[in-house]
Design a protein around this ligand. Sequence first.
Ligand code: SF4
Length: 476
Amino acid sequence: MANFDKFREECGVVAIYEHPEAETLAYLGLHALQHRGQESAGIVTSDRMSLHIHKALCFADAMPTEKKLSRIRGMLAIGHTRYSTTGDSAVLNAQPILVQSNKGMIALAHNGNLTNAQDIRTQMEARGSIFQTTSDTEVIVHLVAQSREQTLPDAIADALRRVEGAFSLVMISPDRIFAARDPRGFRPLAMGRIPAQGDQRQDTIVFASETCAFDLIGARYEREVKPGELVIVGPEGTTSRFYSSTMPQSSCIFEHVYFARPDSRIFGRSVQESREELGRQLAREAPADADLIVPVPDSGVTAAIGYSAESGIPLRFGLIRNHYVGRTFIEPQQSVRDFGVKLKLNPVRSLLEGRRIVLIDDSIVRGTTSRKIVRMIRNAGAREVHMRISCPPTMSPCFYGVDTPRKKELIAANNSIEQIRQYIGADSLAYLSLDGLKKACHDGEKTTYCTACYTGVYPTNLVDVEEIHPVAVEKR
Ligand code: SF4
């Protein structure tokens, strides 16, 4: 789970077909996906005649009170929770995007980044199209509306063939739910089922970015939506088609390292198992002579469990995270050193004093936070601090839906490991190798992964990189 918002995922999506409380299930699903973005949230439902929308700028405001629920009650629903990586952060860009088109009413919720969105938009605007948002997602809706295909499923397939980059998306029409993944399968999208109950005539089919959403709504995981697949659920049942020719799969390995919740299955594999194995592998590759393993909470915890199990060094929670840090707080008038980190983390002096510590985290971005944490542990009396990172150095930005700083701001892109060690003030520093990362996540078995942020080798043509990559947003 996210740690200090070092990186930010842009979105989580859910879809429900069909259930007498579809809007409530969509809301609960989004609740479980808030770690993927909580800047805005929205739900669109269908009562089979028309679509109804509720959007809000922050997740808490999207809370469906009885009154709000009664306005959007439906049998079908899609939902979206968002942290923006393209477009302005405004309710205007909150999703789902709902339009009345020549193919009828449709709404779309999208996780990922389109790498040719600006290119398509420029061409469309030159031909007179008017866009309502600055989000890359809107081009998909325009492509669907402008498609010469006669049916909505054909028009969606046609639109998806024209966009490039990363997309896991769900769409709703008055009587159908659509779920699709890009041909390389960058972002996750799982399909599940809630068995029919009471006077329900059929099972409820659900889709979600992560399976932790299924657990909350009582759904059973069935399978992944496959790369290049379009699943359609409607009165005729569930059908599937592949709208694109096969491409080499490149699912985001960083979902396993950092983003997804450990209680989720991502790309068909348990995140908990991957993350523990990252720690075990790290212990084999970079052992340390030390007294205690201390994770940086929360994101370093699972890897630290693996490191401890492999090394035999006991794990203790020597850093306590304050989970109640609000958006606003009163800063002390006189500057307190490392105040921001102290607000979120506090060392347990009785555990750290006089000990040699292996500090486990999942990444170092700019190095500023790691430096403060190492200093915090030393100030609490630790004798030695050995930093271990459960993935390789982050060398390049992501263009597929993860908000990383620009290359010039990534410490590992511009410094040697020894220089980084000196900067953060650790006694030793080691990262997991790329091979170790792939091995821990079972690369090449069920899934092959994108590792571009560690290698700089991108799996797609980046048509309009500069346009889609925003200013660095890491705020600590
Ligand atoms: S560049 Fe990194 S974060 Fe982006 S999709 Fe690839 S592995 Fe994931």
